[in-house]
Design a binder for this molecule. Structure first.
Ligand code: DMJ
Length: 554
């Protein structure tokens, strides 16, 4: 009635009804053929629309969109995802506001994704559900019987946008991964590789299945802390929930007992149960109280007494490395609120400069040597493992630590690069020895140390340096290393460790370490990204096995 009151509206209404009548008249004037053509056109249009809509809504994408909708700040991430999709790239999507995963964006990244798929396929065909693939013989190997390769590499598949691989790995974890076997496992290895991976996958996907598994595993691993001192035993029987020192020693390894704190803390935060964090943090606190050599620690500690083995080797390589790494990373994980961690880290880096950092001859290459057990005399040898240090130093510098930390990082990273470049395979050996009074060669490789497990530490440091500085030289170095893997370590069923990087035709070791997929390929993929901040170091700490864990406020 109101509408009819206005004469304008009345005119409009009359116009509309006249044009409707015209359309109906025209339709009636059409021949039967013409009408059929129109019907056919409409039906084709509807079919096309249905196809378009269903192809967009694959199961993963539906999940992604539902998760994304939970967070209203994701409008831009959605737009980014859409444009990635229209460029035909794989799309895993955006699960929370901290992540924007678009899949590979350039030829180098695509190549690394292909490498991952190649290794995954070999593992799937020959060793599915076992810990490791033996890619040369096509056999499997079990260490803990926890499907280690699946669990450890799943978040790499996720980051790379490999939906199919991610889903089949997830299904295996959901249906097959159990912790009830009456079997001893290494407390540290299972924590960084399995617990760490489960927590990251939970964080990425918000699928509680991952958290339930992590909780079950974490509760079983708690047995390690049952020693008189609270310093964890090295071995845990997950089924029996018991723990003990290794058969060959009363001691635990220092790096092992101090490289579980990121994971146990994250488990506590995710489950709202402080038990895990308290047990692991108290280890760090106890070690903080112990006397050290300017922040440097012996590599063995007695879980009965809680004291270091006196005069044990001091090294930033095997058994010492990640003690230093986790001091800094725990400080970052807890929003820079636990001061003693930072103090211990800074003191230790000074200790490294004073006692372990030396220069080779004739070219004065900076390297990190060791203080040998017993005599504490300096041994000019450096494990490949030590090449994690440039990345950690750069991370510390990016968070306000002194400039000389960064200078040391740059110089040491170059030495690590040379340990690769020195060999015809362009691959580094497990251990490099340095000359301190030679007129010819700065470094050499003993045949007994010439093997390569395709370890990640160097490419890990390259990624930190690239993210922090933006210098693309680090990408080029990484690409050179990657060529070495492709040329010498690639076999029809995957990638294998090598017995001797000095030989143009290296002997193959027949083992695919899970960290090649979890760490080495993940860091290469991230290193080659045009976007330096895919995993943003202001939001994440990488655990020692390259599983990103979120940074908290405290
Ligand atoms: C990985 O399991 C971890 O990075 C660990 O902290 C050291 N060793 C291997 C990789 O080399």
């Amino acid at each position: 009635i109101e509408t009819w009151r206005s004469s304008d509206n009345k005119d409009q209404y009359l116009e509309q009804s006249t044009s409707h009548r015209k359309i109906i008249r025209r339709w009636n004037q059409l021949s039967r053929l013409q009408r059929s053509l129109v019907y056919a056109f409409v039906i084709i249009l509807v079919i096309l629309l249905v196809i378009l809509l269903t192809s967009k809504a694959t199961p993963t994408n539906i999940k992604v969109e539902l998760n994304s909708l939970k967070n209203s700040s994701l409008v831009n991430d959605h737009q980014a995802a859409d444009s990635a999709q229209t460029r035909g790239r794989p799309l895993v999507g955006i699960i929370n506001s901290m992540l924007c995963l678009k899949g590979p964006g350039n030829a180098r990244q695509f190549a690394v994704v292909e490498s991952f798929k190649h290794a995954w396929r070999g593992y799937k065909d020959h060793a599915w559900g076992h810990d490791n693939l033996k890619p040369v013989s096509g056999m499997s190997f079990d260490w803990f019987s926890l499907g280690l390769t699946i669990v450890d590499s799943l978040d790499t598949a996720y980051i790379m946008g490999l939906n199919e691989e991610f889903e089949e790995g997830k299904e295996w974890i959901k249906n097959e991964l159990i912790f009830t076997k009456n079997k001893d496992v290494n407390f540290f290895e299972v924590t960084i590789r399995v617990l760490g991976a489960l927590l990251t996958n939970f964080h990425f996907t918000e699928d509680v299945m991952f958290l339930d598994k992590a909780k079950d595993l974490g509760e079983r691993l708690m047995a390690a802390f049952s020693s008189p001192s609270g310093i964890p035993y090295s071995d845990v029987n997950l089924g029996a929930r018991t723990a003990h020192a290794p058969e060959w020693s009363h001691y635990s390894t220092t790096a092992e007992v101090t490289t579980v704190q990121l994971e146990f803390r994250e488990l506590s935060r995710a489950t709202n149960n402080p038990m895990f964090e308290e047990a692991a943090s108290s280890v760090s606190e106890k070690i903080h109280q112990l006397p050290k050599k300017h922040g440097l620690v012996p590599i063995f500690i007695n879980p009965n007494t809680g004291h270091f083995l006196p005069h044990a080797t001091i090294t930033l390589g095997a058994r010492g490395d990640s003690y230093y790494e986790y001091l800094l990373k725990q400080w970052l994980q807890t929003g820079k609120t636990i001061n003693y961690l930072l103090d211990d880290y800074v003191t230790a880096v000074e200790g490294v400069r004073e006692f372990l950092a030396k220069r080779s001859s004739p070219n004065k290459r900076l390297f990190i040597g060791e203080l040998t057990s017993g005599s504490e005399s300096f041994n000019p040898k450096m494990d490949h493992l030590t090449c994690f240090l440039p990345g950690t130093l750069a991370l510390g510098h990016a968070n306000g630590l002194p400039d000389w930390h960064m200078t040391m990082a740059e110089e040491l990273l170059y030495t690590c690069y040379l340990t690769y470049a020195a060999h015809p395979t362009f691959l580094a050996p497990e251990i490099t020895h340095f000359n301190m009074a030679s007129t010819t060669d700065d470094m050499y490789t003993k045949t007994a140390d010439a093997h390569s497990l395709l370890r990640p530490e160097f490419v890990e440091s390259l990624w930190y340096m690239y993210q922090i500085t933006g210098n693309t030289t680090y990408q080029d170095w990484g690409w050179q290393i990657y060529q070495g893997f492709e040329k010498y370590a690639k076999v029809p069923n995957g990638y294998t460790s090598l017995a001797n990087v000095k030989a143009e035709k290296p002997i193959l070791r027949d083992m695919l370490e899970s960290f090649f997929l979890s760490e080495t390929l993940k860091y290469l993929y991230l290193l080659f990204s045009d976007d330096r901040f895919v995993i943003d170091l202001s939001k994440y700490v990488m655990n020692s096995e390259a599983h990103p864990l979120p940074i908290h406020k405290n």
